[in-house]
Design a protein around this ligand. Sequence first.
Ligand SMILES: *Cc1c(COP(=O)(O)O)cnc(C)c1O
Length: 420
Amino acid sequence: MPNFSLADDVFQEAAKNYRTPFHLYDEKGIRETVRALKTAFAWAEDFREYFAVKALPTPAILRILQEEGCGLDCASLTELMLAQALGFSGNEIMFSANNVPPEEFILARQLGAIINLDDITHIHLLRDSGSIPEEICLRFNPGGTFAVGNDIMGAPGDAKYGMTRPQLSQALMELKAEGVVRFGLHAFLSSNTTDTAYYPSLARLLMETGRDLAEETGLTLSFLNLSGGIGIPYLPGEPAADLTAIGRGVQQAYQEILINRGLHGVAIKTELGRYMTGPHGWLVTHITHEKNIYKHYLGVDASACDLMRPAMYGAYHHITLPGKEHLPHDQKVDVTGSLCENNDKFAVDRMLPKADIGDLLVIHDTGAHGLSMGYNYNGKLRCKEILYREGKGFQLIRRAETPQDYFATLDIDPVWEKLV
Ligand SMILES: *Cc1c(COP(=O)(O)O)cnc(C)c1O
């Protein structure tokens, strides 16, 4: 597996050019990951990755993915608007939303996006939004638990997404009566898994179900959407997902379940988010405070508002101190933000080298579900985003929020006049 980490001097250089905190993204790593994915699925007919916009909804990044041939997976009005502004249209957009407001279907249909229907009751919303397309995707929820061998990978029975097996049949018959002729099938049954067996097992389930549905309804199965879920190693030393083996596993299922039964021309699509950009982002901060009470705390200039995963899920994000990594990691510390919320910690009981106020502290793997999951608690303003382009330097791709941004929704209130 390639090592995607940037050298310490890149972080140091970036911090000389831009005031911390900021997320730094590496263009080269993102491009290489798309190419590796396309290679792993080069055998597949009409393969396309639809990047899950929610993971990193920044135009400069979405353009890179666009140049590499990716489509976008959108799930909200503003995500659709972003896709539209960037010139994505038609089957370059997958609309995989749930609990969908009717106006989102209207825009998705105007853009010609592939509709991934989450619920059978959405058929009438879609009809009311203008028309039913000839080709549609259905989201499957098989219920119960999803296991590969003895490993339980997810609990779809507890998830709000998708339709039951009988609902898939019923929905397709209703859609057929409305003019649908081709369908795709989608499911998302496990999140952040590096297990080689996940995609092939999911593909098997979708292929068998899709084949049965095609026989049952007389409609053509045109594609399988394997969705997201391939994980990344957040912990140092944790094995990375083996893309080549994953591609081969899906190919084997494709051969057995579809080709050997005479079913040709079924395309493969993915909606990966984390896998595409996660390892190619870093939250770059400075240590601004050190505190010794019952525990030893290092305070940094970022907070959970810039990266929520540790606070929300207790998620591990690796932390390094550029220029100090050769020193013994003999200090047990909590690394904290400044929110009045005790879960605002990027690390708990982490062993780090001896650090000082003013040192650079880098939080790794923030390229997906990082800033985009951020929020404004305590009135904290979210940080900027910088793109690193090897040989071309740095580029500001999103400025930091300002107090004006924070107060902008008050412009119906007289207090707004005094604030600006
Ligand atoms: C979040 C999401 C994805 C991407 O998930 P990752 O874990 O980032 O790969 C893909 N499809 C749908 C429908 C999602 O909700």
